[in-house]
Design a protein around this ligand. Sequence first.
Ligand SMILES: NC(=O)c1ccc[n+]([C@@H]2O[C@H](COP(=O)([O-])OP(=O)(O)OC[C@H]3O[C@@H](n4cnc5c(N)ncnc54)[C@H](O)[C@@H]3O)[C@@H](O)[C@H]2O)c1
Length: 347
Amino acid sequence: MINALIIGCGRIFPKHFDSLKKLGKEKIKIIGVCDSNIKKKIIINKKYRLKFYQDYKKAILLTNPDVVIILTPSGLHAEHISFSLKNKCHVIVEKPMCLKNLDAKNILNLSKKTKKRVFVVMQNKFNTPIKKLLKDLKKKKFGRLLHGSVIVRWMRDKNYYKQASWRGTWKYDGGVVANQACHHLDLMRTIMGDPISVFAKATSHLAKIQCEDTALILFKFKGNKTGIMEATTAMRPHNVEGSFSLMGAKGSVKIGGFALNEISYYYPKKNIDKRKYITKPENVYGFGHLEFYKHFIFSLKKNRKSEFECEEAFKTVNLINAIYRSIEKNKEIYLNQLTNSKRLGIN
Ligand SMILES: NC(=O)c1ccc[n+]([C@@H]2O[C@H](COP(=O)([O-])OP(=O)(O)OC[C@H]3O[C@@H](n4cnc5c(N)ncnc54)[C@H](O)[C@@H]3O)[C@@H](O)[C@H]2O)c1
C-alpha cells in the first residue's frame, strides 16, 4: 500500500480523489490533505472525511507520505516538488511540471540525487483513441510521418479566470500555451519527436488576463516533418474541439471530439469501427486520471521507467518556454539549447 498526501484542494482535486477511491485504499491511501486556504478545511473534513493541514511543509513532515500529490497553481509546483523530494517522497504533480527551465532542471537533478521519482499528469495519453493511435504508430502503420496538426478550441470565460487570482498570470500560470494546450504540446512531442524549431504568434481576443488566450504555432521536426497548432480559450459558446491530426506517407488519422475523445477518420484501415473508440467525458479532463494512477503504481512496483516522468516533462517545459520566447522576440526559435521565456514564471 502507498501512503499519499495531497496538496491543493481546488477544481482538479475531486478528479484525483475519485480516481484514488476507485483504486481502493489497499493501493493508495490518502493520509492527509493540505490547502493554504483554511476555508477548505470544512469541506475536506465533512465531505471527504480526510485529515486537513494548512501548511504543506508541516503536513509532509508530520505524515511522512510515500508520495505527495501536488494540485496547486502551476507557478508553485517547483517549490512543492523540491520540498517533497528533499523529504524523500515520490511526487505526482499536475501538468505542467513547472514553468521555468531552471526549475525543471533542478527537479531533474534532485530526483536523481534523492532517487525519488516525479510523475506528471498528462492523462490524455490514456484516452482510448490516443492509445489506439500510439499502438499503431509503434507498428509503423502510417509509414513515414509527415505532418502533425493540433486544434484546441475551448471556452474559458471571465468566470473561469475570476475563480482564482493565479489564472492567466505570468508568474503562476501562463496562457493557453502553458495551461490548456500543454497536453497537446506533450502529445505532439510524443508523436512527432522533439521540435528543431518553433515560430509562434499570440494574442488575447477575449480574456482580460496578462497572458494570451490564443496562440498559433509552427513546428519543424527532424526528417523534414512539420507541425502546426492553433490553440484558443476564446471559443464561444462552449468547448468545441481538442484534436490531433496526423499525416503519414501511408495514411492519416484525426483524433477529434472536444477532448481527443473520438476518432474522426482513420486511414488506411477504412473499416475501423470508430464507435469502439468513442468516449463521452463530461469535461475536458476526460477519464485518464484513473489509468494514470494505475500506470504510476505499475511503474513504481515493477521499477519500470515511465514516459510520464520528469525527464520527458522537462522537454515539454523547454518547448513551452521556446514558444513563449518566439512570441516575445517575434522570430523562429531553435531548441538546440535551453531557451527561457522572459515572462513565464516571473512577475
Ligand atoms: N490534468 C488536467 O487536465 C488539469 C485540469 C485542471 C487543472 N490542472 C492543473 O492542476 C493545478 C491546479 O489547478 P486547479 O484548477 O485545481 O486550481 P485551483 O485554483 O482550483 O486549486 C488550487 C488549490 O491550491 C491551493 N493552494 C495554493 N497555494 C497553496 C500552498 N502554498 N499550499 C497549499 N495549497 C495551496 C489553493 O488554495 C487552491 O485550493 C494546476 O497546475 C493546473 O494546471 C490540470
